[in-house]
Design a protein around this ligand. Structure first.
Ligand SMILES: *Cc1c(COP(=O)(O)O)cnc(C)c1O
Length: 418
């Protein structure tokens, strides 16, 4: 059920849309009671005509904001030429897109897919086959080391190594071959790696877990260790990559280059699902015709939009915005610790804030923020994630922090009177 603050009655049109959705849409989400009809840049508008600052940005799929003019133009041009060929034929958009993306990432080859989970699955297949063919692991024995509290998607293989009970319960039996270690602990990782380990798969910063930034030196330690042990380092930058943290990739903060890089979300510019697995030529060599594919992966429309996304990042402008505005965001949020927040974690324009449990839940804070014109999303009970589009302005960030401060103050007020 969707509940809204008692002092904020849900308007009639919104109610009607929610009732319709609740009747016919599977309940795999519990959306906030707002019905979006259109959007532009960092702002969305609901069916009642009210505006909201989008501080979730499609879980970072909207890094460049809603309907970025350059991305819309790239899509529109392509719509008038060709949108789908299948990979049975070449088309003139795929090579240029993959060339530019590989160059952006400092890797050599690209395997285009659609969604994030598909790209993670693709990386799992890639590193396992590399483990057998290049490293010489006994058939059927390859292991992948993963981190506790990770989020890599929703397929059966991926939820099989998730530590989130709700994400996995009832979906087994699961795929074997995964070993879980605590995130941020290089010694634990080192102890888990052996001759049968094909790869280590990590989010450089854990998004879904609440924007968990590992200790300084962790990613470089993982890089050194995997190199020593002839193990591939796979970075899932589906949420952390493409400008979000103030650098093109989150691994750039430690100048680390993984062997395999997984991208998604913002790669599609908020227009359509575009994901990719990038790797060195040497690793990608194990993928041969017939061993992997996708009907839609690398289609002309996706490639046109993806290439336009890479062009936006090539300027460095968005990374710089995320870095500079991220400092303002962090400073503002840290002021609220002790004022309703117990902790703030952030990098670039990406923050996880923990709400005082006595005050309200993360969900309740999101509901209060909705009433104040801010779209946010809670995670794991007490945490709220803030990840506005990178096109957000400094004054909009200040306004966002004001609303957050006021929503927390409202909560304290309600507590006194309750
Ligand atoms: C969102 C996400 C995925 C899954 O992407 P989908 O497009 O939803 O399948 C995988 N890994 C990370 C780190 C993500 O944030």
């Amino acid at each position: 059920m969707t509940v809204r603050d008692a002092d904020l009655p849900t308007p009639v049109e919104t109610q009607a849309q929610i009732r319709l959705a609740e009747a016919v849409v599977a309940r795999n989400y519990a959306p906030l009671p707002v019905v979006v009809t259109d959007a532009d840049g960092a702002w969305v508008r609901d069916i009642e005509g009210r505006r909201y600052l989008d501080c979730l940005a499609g879980y970072s799929a909207l890094n460049f904001g809603h309907r970025h003019p350059r991305l819309i133009a790239a899509a529109e041009q392509q719509l008038h030429r060709v949108t789908l060929t299948s990979r049975a034929f070449h088309h003139d958009r795929l090579g240029p897109f993959c060339r530019d993306l590989a160059e952006l990432a400092g890797l050599e080859t690209v395997l285009p897919m659609n969604t994030g989970a598909e790209a993670v699955e693709t990386a799992i297949k890639l590193v396992r086959r590399w483990g057998y063919e290049a490293k010489g692991i006994e058939p059927g024995r390859a292991k992948i080391v993963v981190a506790a509290d990770s989020f890599h998607g929703r397929t059966t293989t991926i939820v099989g190594f998730s530590s989130d009970h709700e994400a996995r319960s009832g979906f087994g039996p699961f795929t074997p071959g995964f070993v879980t270690v605590p995130f941020g602990d290089a010694d634990a990782l080192s102890a888990a790696v052996d001759d049968e380990t094909a790869a280590v798969l990590l989010e450089p910063i854990q998004g879904e877990a609440g924007v968990i930034v590992p200790p300084d030196g962790y990613l470089s330690a993982v890089r050194a260790l995997t190199r020593q042990q002839d193990v591939l380092f796979v970075a899932d930058e589906i949420q952390s990559g493409l400008g979000r943290t103030g650098t093109t990739f989150a691994v750039d903060h430690e100048s680390v280059r993984p062997d395999v890089l997984i991208l998604g979300k913002a790669l599609g510019g908020g227009l359509l699902p575009v994901s990719a697995v990038l790797a060195t030529r040497d690793v990608m060599r194990v993928i041969r015709p017939g061993s992997h594919g996708s009907t839609f992966g690398g289609n002309p429309l996706a490639a046109a939009v993806g290439q336009a996304v890479v062009a936006l990042l090539d300027t460095g402008e968005y990374q710089e915005r995320a870095r500079a505005l991220g400092e303002a965001l962090a400073a503002g949020l840290h002021e609220l610790v002790g004022q309703g927040l117990t902790a703030v974690r952030s990098r670039g324009l990406w923050a996880g804030v923990d709400v005082e449990p006595d005050l309200m839940s993360g969900r309740q804070l999101c509901e209060r923020l909705l009433g104040r014109g801010l779209l946010t999303k809670d995670t794991h009970g007490q945490t709220v994630r803030l990840a506005p589009p990178l096109v957000i302005t400094r004054s909009e960030i200040e306004w966002m922090i004001e609303q957050l401060a006021d929503a927390l103050a409202d909560g304290r007020e309600a507590q006194h009177h309750g």
